[in-house]
Design a protein around this ligand. Sequence first.
Ligand SMILES: [Zn+2]
Ligand SMILES: [Zn+2]
Length: 96
Amino acid sequence: MNKCEVCGNEYDQTFDVVIDGERHVFDCFECAITALAPVCGHCGCKIIGHGVEAGQHIYCCASCAEQEGVQGLRDHVRAAIIHRPYHEAVLSKSAE
Ligand SMILES: [Zn+2]
Ligand SMILES: [Zn+2]
């Protein structure tokens, strides 16, 4: 039986995660996230999705990056807002 390196649980269905050639053993994803997930540079939450990379830093979302003074990502958010009415218009038109 393998032992989870985070909580110490001995479990017959552990899984391995290999990062930079180093093997880690976990009994569940929560423990894997606790040990390995990067932390948002602004709010400190664990990043389990793609996150947003800005130079050496990583953030959970564009809003957090913006609050840390990362300007480039704000334009993408704005662009998404600008495009939303277009998609809504297309969707309501096809529903008729
Ligand atoms: Zn565990
Ligand atoms: Zn954040």
